[in-house]
Each structure stands twice: as structure tokens, then as C-alpha cells.
Design a binder for this molecule. Structure first.
Ligand code: RFL
Ligand code: PHB
Length: 386
């Protein structure tokens, strides 16, 4: 069995890479350990930068995104009982779009299959050899070997690609909190996202559609989901979002819930020999800056360009520059995600001094155009440079 690019992992990074390569006439095989329903239903990110929607649209998978995605021009920072709008579009000229990761994955899987793409579900990669290069995977209880020119490691944080890079340097930060995320069948109580900082902890009001809300609560990293029955979740959300003017949070049936630990992580370099890492396989950000999925998309956009140059012109210049190009953008997103996280969360070990500093910082961000613009341009996403 042989292909040009073997793609390990069928999340957004692997699927989009396969699609972008196909459009340039480059063959790939996507190996995904889970089944199709599982990858299409895994609840995760929802906020897309304009650069991300541009890539999806320009590559011909933006039709449903254009129909169902909700374009946003601002967000709200809420603290001290009042909301403060950050006018993203006014400050940056850019917009962001709410369109769930589950929908992007569904669109990409459907498109790959319609284009005759080779996407194998329940195919678990067990070994990667970046030198030969080959990928060994298990499917239907049997081991298979896939030979290729290059391997793209798009298998997320817990995958097998990153450990195949020797002499990897890693950088990380664990945070003393986690996010409890829920999906609820209730119309959103807001048109724009609300990021709330409260003494009891952070809360985020996001949405999925005019009828479905997505909400998050800062919780203890050791918290058990069983300790959070519906009434406790809604009451805690209402407390953290409360304003002096009596804003009300609508409640509804909760259809999905999970707790995600928060961490920052970067692995360098993102390449070894014929293996290239992309997306969560190489880096993780805490979700406060809404950057994880967007970074995965920018990585594979650069990687697809580099493979295109290699196959069309025989040059490996872009492949050689891939890791450094990605890491510049990755570290900007790492800093922004860390900054948003510490700006908005309540440190359980923090003292009153830390809380006062945080409040001063929040006041500054919402009252200075320079500070608000800095938040806005990072949130809306910086332009993609090679
Ligand atoms: P993914 O989506 O993790 O996909 C990797 C895929 O690789 C498969 N895999 C393997 N396949 C074959 N063989 C193996 N040995 C394999 N090992 C793993 C996995 O089954 C999976 O299908 O990584 P990708 O494509 O890089 O995409 C990145 C995004 O998914 C991620 O950055 C964001 O979802 C991060 N993230 C969030 N980002 C946000 O901006 N906002 C959020 O609200 C948000 N919530 C989340 C998240 C990530 C989470 N994770 C990783 C636990 C919530 C969660 C729970
Ligand atoms: C989401 O809608 O899931 C979402 C939005 C913004 C974030 C994180 C998650 O910062």
C-alpha cells in the first residue's frame, strides 16, 4: 500500500489537509482510530477566525458555513456587574464566525468521500517511521503498512506522532482550573459571546444556533461531572453572569456535558525527517482565546502550500521553513490564550492583591482603545504569513 502523504488522524487538521492536497492533485490516505459518528459528534470548539473561514470558503467547503455560520462583530467582557463591548470589527476590520467544529468535520468528511478520498475510520496507527517513511496501522484486527513520501501527524494531543520525533523540546503550563462545558436546547440569552470574570470563577456564554446555547464554567481541575447536576450548573452560571441591570439567563435541557482540563503546551520542532506535526499534536492552548482549532487550520494551510510547492516545483524550501513559520504564529496564540486566561479566571490560590490587579487590567482593556485593539486583533486573528 502506498500514497504520497500519509495523514495520521481524521480530526479537523487531518481532514482539511487531505482536502487541500486533493485540490492540488496530491494523493493522501487519512487514518483515523475512532469511527465516523464519534469524530462527527465530539463537542469542541466553535469560534472561527476570518482567516479560517477564508480557507474553508476558498477551498470549496464553505457552502453550509456561509448558510448556517453566525458572523459576529464583537464580544462582551463582563465583570463588576456590568458588560463592556469589544467592537472587534470596528477595531480590526475583521469578523469572527460561530460554526461548530462538529459541523466542519461533517462537511470535510462528506466532501472527502464525495471526491473519492481515502479516509479510513477505525484504523489505529500504532507505529510511525519518519525515515523510511512508513506508517503501521491496525484495522479489522490486522496490521497494515502504508508507505509514503511524507507523514502528517494530525493525531491530536494524545496521538503517536509526537513521540516519534526525537530530541523534542516541550514547553508547558498547567492551570489550577478546568472548564465544565454544556450544550443546551435553549435560545442563547445573548447575541454576542460573553466572557465573564467573577470572584466565584470565570464563565463563558457562547452559542451554536438560534436555538442552541453553549456555556462554560471554570471549575476545579479535580471536579467530577457527577457533582454538577443541572440545577447547580444553571445557578452557578446565573450568579457569574449577573448584572446590576437584571440581565436574565434562559435555561433549558442540557444535551451534552464534559470537563476539560486547561493547559498550554508547545513541542518544537514541528518536523523530524519526513514527519510533520500539525494541530493539537504539536500544541495545545487553553480555550479562553478560541485559538485551538484556528491554529490547526493555519498549520495545515501552510503544510498544504509546502507540499504543493514540493510536488509542483520539486523545491523543499517551504517544507524546510514549515516548523519555524508555524511556531511564530503558535507562540503568538500561546501568549494570547495565556493572557486571556489569566485576565479572566479566578486563581484559587490568588490573593486579594492579585484580584485587584486583575480588575485594574480589565478596566484598562475596556477603557483604552489601544488595549482593546490589542485584544481584538489577536482574537480576530492575525494574517497568515508564510
Ligand atoms: P483532534 O481534533 O484531537 O484530532 C485528532 C484525531 O486523531 C485521532 N487519533 C488517531 N488516529 C489514528 N491513529 C492514532 N494513533 C490516533 N490517535 C489519535 C483522534 O481520534 C482524532 O480524531 O486534533 P486536530 O485535528 O489537531 O484539531 C484540533 C482541535 O480539535 C482542537 O484544537 C480544539 O478542539 C481545542 N479545543 C477547543 N478549542 C477551542 O478553540 N474552543 C473550545 O471550546 C475547545 N474545546 C478543545 C475543546 C479540545 C478538547 N480536547 C482535545 C480534549 C474541548 C476538548 C475536550
Ligand atoms: C465555543 O463556542 O465552544 C467557544 C467559543 C469561544 C471560546 C471557547 C469556546 O473562547
Amino acid at each position: 500500500m502506498r500514497t504520497q502523504v500519509a495523514i495520521v488522524g481524521g480530526g479537523p487538521a487531518g481532514l482539511l489537509l487531505s482536502h487541500l492536497l486533493h485540490r492540488q492533485g496530491i494523493a493522501s490516505v487519512v487514518l483515523e482510530s475512532r469511527d465516523r459518528a464519534y469524530v462527527e459528534q465530539r463537542q469542541r470548539a466553535g469560534m472561527l477566525e476570518q482567516g479560517t473561514t477564508d480557507v474553508l470558503r476558498e477551498s470549496g467547503v464553505g457552502e453550509r458555513l456561509d448558510r448556517e455560520g453566525l458572523v459576529h462583530h464583537g464580544l462582551e467582557l463582563r465583570f463588576g456587574g456590568a458588560g463592556h463591548r469589544i467592537a472587534l470589527t470596528e477595531l480590526t476590520g475583521r469578523t469572527v464566525t460561530v460554526y461548530a467544529q462538529t459541523e466542519i468535520v461533517k462537511d470535510l468528511v462528506a466532501r472527502r468521500l464525495a471526491d473519492g478520498g481515502d479516509v479510513r475510520f477505525e484504523a489505529q496507527v500504532v507505529e510511525i517511521d519518519p525515515a523510511t517513511p512508513t506508517v503501521t496501522f491496525r484495522q479489522n484486527g490486522r496490521l497494515h503498512t502504508l508507505e509514503c513520501d511524507y507523514i502528517a501527524g494530525c493525531d491530536g494531543f494524545h496521538g503517536v506522532s509526537r513521540p516519534a520525533v526525537p530530541e523534542l523540546r516541550t514547553f508547558s503550563r498547567e492551570y489550577p482550573f478546568a472548564w465544565l462545558g454544556i450544550l443546551a436546547d435553549v435560545p442563547p440569552s445573548t447575541d454576542e459571546l460573553i466572557y465573564a470574570s467573577h470572584d466565584r470563577g470565570f464563565a463563558l456564554h457562547s452559542l451554536r444556533s438560534p436555538k442552541v446555547s453553549r456555556l462554560y464554567l471554570q471549575v476545579d481541575p479535580q471536579a467530577e461531572i457527577a457533582a454538577w447536576p443541572d440545577e447547580r450548573i444553571w445557578s452557578e452560571l446565573a450568579t457569574r453572569f449577573a448584572t446590576d441591570d437584571g440581565w436574565e439567563l434562559r435555561e433549558g435541557p442540557i444535551t451534552d456535558r464534559s470537563i476539560t482540563p486547561m493547559r498550554s503546551f508547545v513541542a518544537e520542532p514541528m518536523r523530524h525527517d519526513r514527519l510533520f506535526l500539525a494541530g493539537d499534536a504539536a500544541h495545545i492552548v487553553p480555550p479562553t482565546g478560541a485559538k485551538g482549532l484556528n491554529l490547526a487550520v493555519s498549520d495545515v494551510t501552510l503544510l498544504a502550500r509546502a507540499f504543493t510547492e514540493r510536488y509542483a516545483e520539486g523545491s523543499e524550501a517551504l517544507l524546510d521553513g514549515y516548523s519555524a513559520s508555524c511556531l511564530r504564529r503558535v507562540w503568538r496564540a500561546e501568549h494570547f490564550s495565556y493572557w486571556m486566561t489569566t485576565l479572566l479566571h479566578t486563581d484559587p490560590h490568588g490573593d486579594d492583591f492579585a484580584r485587584r490587579l486583575q480588575r485594574s487590567h480589565l478596566d484598562y482593556v475596556v477603557s483604552s482603545t489601544a488595549a482593546a485593539t490589542s485584544l481584538a486583533e489577536n482574537y480576530a486573528g492575525l494574517p497568515l504569513t508564510p
